[in-house]
Design a binder for this molecule. Structure first.
Ligand code: ADP
Ligand code: MG
Length: 253
């Protein structure tokens, strides 16, 4: 916790799938409190980077340091315990549990790094878990729907629940891979508001993958542009907006 360098660093990150190089020598430094967006055309390697950082994939080459320490020896649960959380695109939701039960599970899992938590040996922690679950659902605007089975939520609310589940871990860093994909304009708007609120209230560091440039320009301190696995530009939104290489990549050049 005393570490005061970049929160996250990737060092020469390479991922090959057979003959295909999905990420090629990616070096990212993300400072504490910094909001970074990763953009690039389809197949650029954005999701691969998120999956490498969250330890769902092993890099072919390179290192990833979180709070100054390599995380390559850790599994995904251990990375969450160190303070990194990902909004998982539905996979984290238990469909038949209620919204509130989902938030409880998330609060427990964050603390223990697994879903095999023994309620009876930790009864004193129960009210704390309830508190986290409630705070989380209020933060993502789902408290009124707390007794609904998660599977009954409209699509946009499900995506908000995913972000809530990631936030229940009280992470130092949040990773989001296209959180607004498939949402209606209203749902997108609500999700962007949520990201902005989180940004302001928690001062959370985040790495966001998002294809909607309006959202990217609005919520980012810095934008990293990826094309064919390599970083082709990075800088503050106003600089990236003007960058001709970025425009070429987006026009399929
Ligand atoms: P993005 O998220 O930017 O659209 P991805 O990171 O998903 O891109 O993919 C980058 C490249 O790696 C693509 O060419 C994709 O087909 C390939 N790829 C991604 N995951 C796998 C995998 N598990 N096996 C083989 N190829 C993969
Ligand atoms: Mg992707």
């Amino acid at each position: 916790e005393e570490y005061d360098g970049p929160l996250l660093q990737t060092d020469g990150l390479v991922k090959r799938f057979g003959g295909l190089t999905a990420t090629d020598d990616v070096n990212l430094d993300i400072e504490q409190g910094e909001r970074v967006s990763l953009i690039g055309p389809n197949g650029a390697g954005k999701s691969t980077i998120i999956n490498l950082i969250t330890r769902r994939l092993d890099p072919t080459e390179g290192d990833i340091r979180f709070k100054g320490q390599s995380i390559l020896g850790l599994n995904p649960h251990e990375v969450v315990q160190r303070g990194m959380s990902k909004s998982f695109q539905q996979a984290s939701i238990f469909p038949t549990l209620t919204v509130r039960q989902n938030a409880r599970v998330a609060a427990l899992a964050a603390e223990h790094g697994s879903f095999r938590f023994n309620f009876f040996r930790h009864r004193d922690r129960f009210s704390e878990v309830e508190g986290v679950a409630r705070e989380t659902l209020e933060a993502v605007g789902l408290w009124d729907q707390r007794e609904s089975p998660a599977e009954d939520l409209p699509y946009g609310d499900k995506r908000r629940l995913e972000i809530g589940i990631a936030l229940a871990a009280d992470p130092d860093m949040l990773l989001m891979d296209e959180p607004t994909a498939g949402m209606s304009p209203e749902e997108t708007h609500a999700t962007v508001d949520l990201i902005e609120e989180v940004k302001e209230e928690r001062g959370l560091t985040f790495l966001l993958v998002e294809h909607d440039m309006e959202i990217v320009f609005r919520v980012s301190d810095r934008i990293v542009v990826l094309n064919r696995g390599s970083v082709i530009a990075e800088g503050p939104p106003e600089e990236i907006r003007e960058n001709p290489d970025v425009q070429d990549a987006y026009l399929g050049g």
